[in-house]
Design a protein around this ligand. Structure first.
Ligand SMILES: NC(=O)C1=CN([C@@H]2O[C@H](COP(=O)(O)OP(=O)(O)OC[C@H]3O[C@@H](n4cnc5c(N)ncnc54)[C@H](OP(=O)(O)O)[C@@H]3O)[C@@H](O)[C@H]2O)C=CC1
Ligand SMILES: O=C(O)[C@@H]1CCC=N1
Length: 266
């Protein structure tokens, strides 16, 4: 696949790492105005670093856009004359709706919105995708790319904001949970490195139990909570202090913020 990433920042670099590691490219164009901080990709076979978005568009079939929302409109206008009927446009840009993209370049292109997360760098992204009418014919291509780099779910565009909070911001939320359990493990006597090892692999095990068995979390919790034991004592104390409630409220606040940003962009 001839892929271009337009805007190789935090997310773009993560996508590039995933694509290169999983050998999912024929050619990969990485664009950015200042190339200094993507020098790590220099020297990879078939990877080209450039400041020239138009050259990247001309040389690629799949265009993945990963710029900040404020930069997207100008880039679309710049590349518009060079778009062909074969290009598949994949936007990862938060709050930039398909109708707005179509208002810039028309509805004759295959337009897909994807919401991956930075775990795409290690092939473990939960990525939600949706498309315009025309893009329905190419959504399988997007699914194939993102399935190679993790797990994919097709959703209506109306759920994209929520997906951003749950999956993209979700990486940061889970990092905080892992950090907090690491801090607790240190207080309980492990050194910092061991504490993080215990926290990381325990959280990986918990997620994998659900992924493999397809159970509800409470079913797995029931298997751990010995009556009058230490687990239920800890869990109940966490709930008295508002663990579930604070997570839910945090994610709703994040969702409210994303909707406010979307309103500014329309
Ligand atoms: N970070 C994340 O985890 C996620 C981010 N997103 C979305 O992805 C998008 C990118 O986010 P993120 O990677 O964090 O942002 P960054 O600011 O890290 O990356 C954006 C990159 O775009 C480059 N850029 C700006 N203007 C141009 C241009 N004209 N041509 C080419 N490149 C350009 C910038 O580099 P330079 O200034 O050198 O050009 C910068 O490195 C956002 O819309 C965000 O909402 C979605 C899901 C997850
Ligand atoms: O924090 C943000 O607004 C962006 C969208 C999801 C991840 N980063």
């Amino acid at each position: 696949m001839k892929i271009a990433i337009i805007g190789t920042g935090n997310l773009g670099k993560s996508i590039a790492k995933g694509l290169i590691t999983k050998n999912a490219i024929t050619t990969l164009y990485l664009t950015k105005r200042n190339l200094d901080d993507i020098q790590e990709f220099e020297g990879y076979k078939n990877v080209v670093l450039t400041t020239d978005n138009i050259e990247a568009v001309k040389q690629s079939d799949i265009l993945i856009f990963a710029v900040q929302p404020a930069h997207f409109e100008k880039i679309l206008n710049d590349i518009k004359p060079y778009l062909t009927e074969n290009h598949v446009l994949i936007s990862t840009i938060t709050g930039f709706l398909i109708p707005k993209i179509e208002s810039q370049i028309g509805s004759d292109n295959f337009i897909i919105r994807a919401m991956p997360n930075t775990a795409i760098a290690v092939g473990k992204s939960m990525t939600c995708i949706c498309s315009n009418k025309k893009g329905e014919k190419r959504i399988k291509i997007a699914e194939a790319i993102f399935n190679r780099l993790g797990h994919t779910l097709a959703i209506p565009e109306s759920q994209m904001q929520a997906a951003t909070v749950v999956c993209a911001s979700g990486i940061a939320f889970w990092m905080r949970l892992i950090r907090a359990t690491t801090q607790a493990a240190i207080q309980l006597g492990f050194d910092a490195k061991e504490a993080q090892e215990l926290a990381m692999f325990t959280s990986e095990g918990a997620a994998n139990l659900l992924i493999t068995n397809g159970n509800h979390p409470e079913e797995e919790i029931d298997r751990v909570t010995t009556p009058q034991g230490c687990t239920i004592t800890g869990l109940n104390e966490m709930e008295h202090k508002g663990l579930s409630s604070s997570l839910i409220q945090g994610m709703v606040a994040s969702f409210n913020k994303i909707n406010a940003i979307k309103k500014e962009q329309i």
